[in-house]
Design a binder for this molecule. Sequence first.
Ligand code: GTP
Ligand code: MG
Length: 294
Amino acid sequence: MGKSGAGKTSMRSIIFANYMARDTMRLSPTLDVEHTHVRFLGNLVLNLWDCGGQYRFYENYFDAQRDTIFRNVEVLIYVFDIDSGDVDNDMLRFDEVLDAMEQNSPDASIFILLHKMDLIQADDRQRAFNERAASIRARTQVFKPKFFATSIWDETLYRAWSQIVNSLIPNVEILQSQLNEFATICGADEVVLFERATFLVISDVSRLNGDMYDSHRFERISNIIKQFKLSCGKIQSQFQGIEVRNTLFTAYIDLFTGNTYIMVITSDPNVPAALTQLNIASAREHFDKLIPEG
Ligand code: GTP
Ligand code: MG
């Protein structure tokens, strides 16, 4: 949910329907509620309700459709246009949504996306984010929302959606521990699993010590590879994998299980690329059982 023009349909189309960011300029306002079932990891079906944000629809959500909209909500994703000229009205509507949620789905998780961050000057983004998040947080005692600063023009969208979707994947801890073990066996610095269709990060392992210069690096890769994958599709070709090497490390991305890609990064000169490929091939069957195909 979120007001009209906030960017809800744009983000859904980029993550789940293979839109490039610039394609979203063609979207028209969503009329009433658009229901979609998106498949994730093959057999996990996310039932996504994209609620048109025009005022006349909101009136309906709070009134005639109240039970339909707010009952049995597992996750509410509320999108605020950070550059909105009408913050007071945005907040009034959000308060009503909180009321309806407290009554009907008090156990739901709430994710707040402070969106269109690209429209705020870079050196003012943190302040704008903190200020808005504090004001939203103060409005509810029942929920503990998670906040993200997002934009369709960079990897922040992938970071937010990867965490939203991860909160819904069953047994994600088992996958994580198995991936840890795989990273150790491979002598890898880092290993990341991406979901095949969306390229969202499902699980990642870093065996490097100390601060990394870029804490969003995996989501950046999601964004870049997803775009490359779409470009491959345009020339009737299918993306399969990539190998990148410099003097410091080798990064290897390959189709892994039926529903995932894997990235393995190694800097140990004693681990040749062929060995990494062999390790990936040997682990496939095991991970295929952990992440069954739907
Ligand atoms: P309703 O369906 O009416 O509720 O609106 P909506 O929230 O679905 O908005 P929609 O996704 O249709 O986006 C409206 C416009 O915002 C489109 O022109 C998008 O290209 C633009 N937009 C979406 N996300 C961003 C963003 O992160 N930054 C900027 N600058 N523009 C964005
Ligand atoms: Mg829409």
